[in-house]
Design a protein around this ligand. Sequence first.
Ligand code: NCD
Ligand code: ZN
Length: 345
Amino acid sequence: MNEITIKRPDDWHLHLRDGDILTAVLPFTAELYGRAIIMPNLKPPVTTVKVAAAYRQRILDCLPPDHGFEPLMTLYLTDNTEPSEIRLGKDEGIIRAVKLYPAGATTNSEFGVTSIKKTYRVLEIMQELDVPLSVHGEIHDPGVDIFEREAVFIDRELNPLRKNFPELGIILEHVSSKTGVDYVRSVDRYLGATITPHHMLINRSSIFAGGLNPHMYCLPVAKRESDRIAICEAAVSGDPRFFFGSDSAPHRVTDKEKTGGAAGIFNSPTALPYIAQKFEAEGALENLEAFMSLNGARFYGLPPNSDRISLKKVDAPVSVPEFIEVGPDRVNVFQTIEPLFWDVV
Ligand code: NCD
Ligand code: ZN
């Protein structure tokens, strides 16, 4: 199979930022995807419905008049989020999910949750109103090895949380370990997981191949080859609990290439062709549509997009730009050392 047509995909985990970065990166998503869940970790974070509505409008203002792209907004959960904010967001149709960042766990998470117990009143109303919780599933504990933080979070935080809120929809975002994949497989329909292209394509050795490469650094950090294989297997399996979320997270090159370089990989220009190539390699192209276009919509209770896009395998490697320009700065584009032979038609 050298060409495939699928329903238009959605991106269930996306960082668009604001200002000049937003303007520069949005076209790569809006041209291809029908909808995207927009992460709220701006500076300052999107903690109210009013701020989310204004951010949504800034995104829409960057789009051409004939666009068909719908940004789906999220709220950034803090220790002080009011349950009434969830009800308002649901009533106004603005808020599709609430994002839990353990305080300190990743980029712009310093206003995140210090103890999940503090958010129980909010989680109760979310469960009642059917608003899903999007989770950055890493423990923030300097005493826990960085490669173990997902597994320890599942054990210490996610599992008790699920027991206390058995009908709360939860998305384990950017699942990055075999432990995480196995956990999602072991439980019911209220738990799903997004999978990123980079966690399907790289492992922790990639961060050090040819010398330390900050452009392969994201959180959760890429793990062992056995973890990558488990993630890939879950993605290509067609299992409805696993769906695409790019976690495309642009940072200026100057913010990546320094001591204390930022975590995040900008992949929206290359995500879909790389994933098609991976599905082909695994002999699973027939499940590409489920992963990219059906499973996530179903989890969020939305219909799939009605139109379609096509991808094809080409003879000569597709040339991937090393970076895009953002004013005087650059943002590096995710690519692996393997040549890319798939392209969107
Ligand atoms: C994300 C970012 O830069 O906003 N970074 C990342 O490494 N994935 C935040 C996140 O999703 O953890
Ligand atoms: Zn993210």
